[in-house]
Design a protein around this ligand. Structure first.
Ligand code: NDP
Ligand code: DXP
Ligand code: MN
Length: 381
């Protein structure tokens, strides 16, 4: 039996993780959760899974949770609650699926407590990848990716030497606007942007996918997870999202991981690694039915956020922190109807241009730069 702490239990990845736990009751026990504002769903999770520790965003919401739970539970809230859920004493694994760089501190604390980290929260690695990976190495803690592309690469690397890798090839669906010209992007609506062709995900990542920032964040995430220079990480447009990513080795062989787009597969793999459990689905991949897969080169002028991410990653220091914080604020402003779709990249470009990078930042510096960038970008919205 593995004991699990789940951050972001009420989100897209959180709900799918609960499904994996529900389908494997002999293998997994949910012991701690965190959520934001969706208290109705937290109540349902409490009734079904009976976690011992529950944290939500606001203290006041405790009253709304007060109904009869025979098992009882410990309550926490805010950033401290998030941290307590992450390091809950009975958990073996932290599955971090909170959204945004708010996931950084709980990840670092859980590493200190030697919890295995199953990481969906990519913003944590973008904003402070060097700190997370160094802490993980020092504490001998595995970071197992949940993000589909990184799970794919992780799977393609099993039994191989990282030193034999020539390049990582991250696939991209192209997002909601993959067939739009740049000119057409001026007047796109929120509803159009939220309509992803292949995946059903939370709203922030769906917008990231439409701007192609999701792929930019994933390039930086791959750099830290697999210790490869940016020159060795490519992005390939692949509209079907069937090949989740690939690794090219020195002998020119390419190993790929394929499957129908269903995040429960990488979630389950991260929780069962190094084992593989049966996955109940009506929807196994049938390549004969699909017939064809398509691949195209990325257009960096069309998808400027991808260019920004490569640039910020290569220059390093605090620039990825700025990239991530500016993107979080800009996407939130777009989701709130305050700015247009193309303003997202304009705001990120402005935030990056005014920042002088600080090399090897410590946690405090990262937090300061993150906060300062948010104030600046908010002032422009
Ligand atoms: N969705 C997907 O398929 C994929 C997602 N990812 C990554 O996984 C992470 C989660 O994405 P996704 O599940 O789509 O996101 P969602 O927006 O669906 O869920 C986010 C979760 O975080 C909680 N939350 C939000 N803000 C706070 C806060 N300030 N404090 C505490 N909890 C908070 C939300 O609570 P509530 O709803 O209760 O307010 C919710 O439980 C992201 O980093 C994303 O990039 C990676 C690959 C695929
Ligand atoms: C499911 C997942 O991992 C997402 O990050 C997904 O990859 C988004 O798709 P694109 O960014 O390729 O559109
Ligand atoms: Mn992904």
């Amino acid at each position: 039996m593995k004991y699990i702490s789940l951050l972001g239990a009420t989100g897209s990845i959180g709900i799918q993780t609960l499904d994996v736990i529900r389908n494997n009751p002999e293998q997994f026990k949910l012991v701690a959760i965190s959520a934001g504002k969706n208290i109705e769903l937290v109540r349902k999770i409490l009734l079904e899974f009976k976690p011992e520790y529950v944290s939500v965003q606001y203290k006041e919401d405790y009253d709304k949770l007060k109904i009869e739970y025979p098992q009882g539970f410990t309550f926490g809230y805010g950033s401290e609650g998030l941290m307590e859920a992450a390091v809950y004493h009975k958990s073996d694994i932290l599955l971090n699926s909170v959204i945004g760089s708010v996931g950084l501190n709980p990840t670092l604390e859980a590493i200190k407590e030697k919890k295995t980290i199953a990481l969906a929260n990519k913003e944590t690695l973008v904003t402070a990848g060097h700190l997370v990976m160094t802490h993980a190495k020092e504490n001998n803690v595995p970071i197992i990716p949940v993000d589909s592309e990184h799970s794919a690469i992780y799977q393609c690397l099993q039994g191989e030497k990282l030193s034999s890798v020539n390049r990582l090839i991250i696939t991209a669906s192209g997002g909601s606007f993959r067939d739009y010209k740049r000119e057409d992007l001026k007047n796109v609506t929120l509803e159009q942007a939220l309509s992803h062709p292949n995946w059903s995900m939370g709203s922030k990542i769906t917008i990231d996918s439409a701007t192609m920032m999701n792929k930019g964040l994933e390039v930086i995430e791959a750099h830290w997870l697999f210790d490869k220079p940016y020159e060795k990480i490519d992005v390939l447009l692949h509209r079907e999202s069937i090949i989740h990513s690939m690794v090219e080795y020195d002998d020119s062989s390419i190993i790929a991981q394929l499957g129908t787009p269903d995040m429960r597969v990488p979630i389950q793999y991260a929780l069962t690694y190094p084992d593989r459990f049966h996955f109940q689905t009506e929807n196994r991949l049938d390549l004969a039915k699909i017939g064809q897969l398509h691949f195209e080169e990325m257009d960096f002028e069309r998808f400027r956020c991808l260019e920004f991410a490569y640039e910020a990653g290569k220059r390093g220091g605090t620039l990825p922190t700025v990239l991530n914080a500016a993107n979080e604020v800009a996407v939130h402003a777009f989701l709130s109807g305050k700015i247009s779709f193309l303003s997202i990249e304009d705001l990120i470009e402005k935030a990056l241009a005014r920042h002088t990078t600080i090399k090897n930042p410590d946690l405090e510096t990262i937090q300061d730069v993150d906060a300062e960038t948010r104030v600046y970008v908010n002032s422009l919205t």
